[in-house]
Ligand binder design. Structure first.
Ligand code: 1CP
Length: 348
């Protein structure tokens, strides 16, 4: 028997619709908080394969999801390109010297030199591969990367942002430099994902969390085309490894029929009506999603949404998920409820 999650990514029939949650290994789990404390801080946890593997597995046992997602962060990539990264309590990620000029970019490590520094990620994956195979329960392992655009927003702004004004100023006044940054990041990401696959992941997910910062007519040029390039590269070498594309907030882009490329699964965010996504994309891609994460605060609101999505998708070419990450103050029992409801309503 194949892994139910991998089969679903390929559009094959499965006994029920598999489910996982973005950000499922994280702060809403007391068991995660305990391991993070043991590690000292979040980045130490990412750098420690034994502990990173432990928190990756936690949601399989505690919440019952059908796939594990590698515990790491999208920002380890710019960090290993030479940008010093810190996670400040309450403020999130901060880079001490954002990229503003061509010479800042030239100082960054690129290509194989950067990708081969991420050994702790590959070691975590190898450990997880052994542990998951030993369990024998056919749960899949998802590897991931940030999209070049989403990574570039942190590299240029130096931190999270509400307005994206520094990177958008570059987009309109110096697009050549922005493209050079995106190209350099794309080259590292291609090799990074290739090494994740070689280390043992089953499926790749690309997070373009800040896709919605770009106006629809510029989205292909500054983000989508780079992800298509990454997918083409990976598919030419690993045609059997499914790729999930999750761009957040691009409902206008979907509606205009602008989605193309060598992906297997399209991750639908919670602001996009599932019926519209199905109509526009359902034949080309398996769809993943898309419950509004805040419905997890209420069990009845969760059940109603799961049933609604099931009615639209009918258990075909679908993977249940949230339409973005789970929030830290969600009760664990509500997450368990979501997962079991997805499996219940879709059981054949
Ligand atoms: O323990 C802590 O305090 C740190 C919180 C945390 C965690 C648990 C961060 C900091 N990152 C992570 C893990 C993580 N990040 C995972 C693996 C765990 C899982 O999904 O189960 C993944 C896939 C990510 C990816 C990630 N990091 C994204 C894309 C996904 C998304 O939610 O859109 C982004 C944008 C980041 C950046 C990031 N990492 C952490 C913070 C606080 C932020 C900033 C978010 C922001 O700018 O608003």
């Amino acid at each position: 028997m194949g892994k139910i999650f991998v089969d679903a990514c390929k559009g094959l029939e499965t006994p029920y619709t598999p489910v996982w949650m973005m950000r499922q290994a994280g702060r809403y789990l007391p068991q995660y908080m305990a391991v993070r404390k043991e590690a000292g801080n979040f980045l130490n946890l990412c750098h420690n394969p034994k502990l990173a593997a432990e928190v990756t597995i936690q949601p399989l046992d505690i919440v019952g999801v059908d796939a594990a997602i590698l515990f790491s962060d999208i920002l380890v990539v710019p960090n290993e390109m030479g940008m010093k990264l810190e996670f400040l309590a309450g403020e999130g990620p901060v880079f001490d010297k954002p990229i503003a000029t061509q010479s800042d970019l030239d100082n960054l490590i690129g290509g194989e030199d950067a990708a081969s520094k991420l050994t702790y990620v590959y070691d975590t994956i190898k450990l997880l591969r052994e542990q998951l195979d030993a369990r024998g329960d056919n749960k899949a392992l998802i590897g991931f990367t940030g999209a070049p655009w989403t990574l570039a927003t942190y590299m240029i702004e130096g931190q999270g942002t509400k307005t994206y004004n520094i990177c958008k100023k570059m987009m309109y006044s110096n697009p050549e430099l922005l493209h050079k940054i995106l190209k350099k990041v794309t080259e590292v990401v291609k090799l990074y994902m290739e090494k994740q696959i070689e280390s043992g992941i089953d499926v790749v997910q690309i997070f373009d969390s800040w896709a919605a910062a770009i106006e629809p007519s510029k989205y292909n040029e500054f983000s989508w085309s780079y992800m298509v390039e990454i997918a083409d590269y990976l598919k030419s070498k690993y045609p059997e490894t499914p790729i999930i594309m999750f761009p957040k907030g691009v409902s206008a882009f979907i509606e205009r029929g602008l989605v193309y490329g060598n992906f297997d699964v399209f991750g639908v965010d919670w602001g996009t009506p599932m019926a519209m996504a199905k109509e526009k994309l359902g034949e080309k891609y398996v769809l993943q999603g898309n419950m509004e994460p805040c419905r997890l605060y209420d069990k009845a609101a969760t059940t109603a949404c799961v049933e609604g999505i099931q009615n639209i998708m009918g258990g075909k070419r679908h993977i249940f998920n949230l339409g973005h990450g789970i929030l830290p103050d969600v009760p664990v029992e509500n997450a368990i409820h979501f997962v079991s409801e997805c499996q219940r309503v879709s059981k054949k």
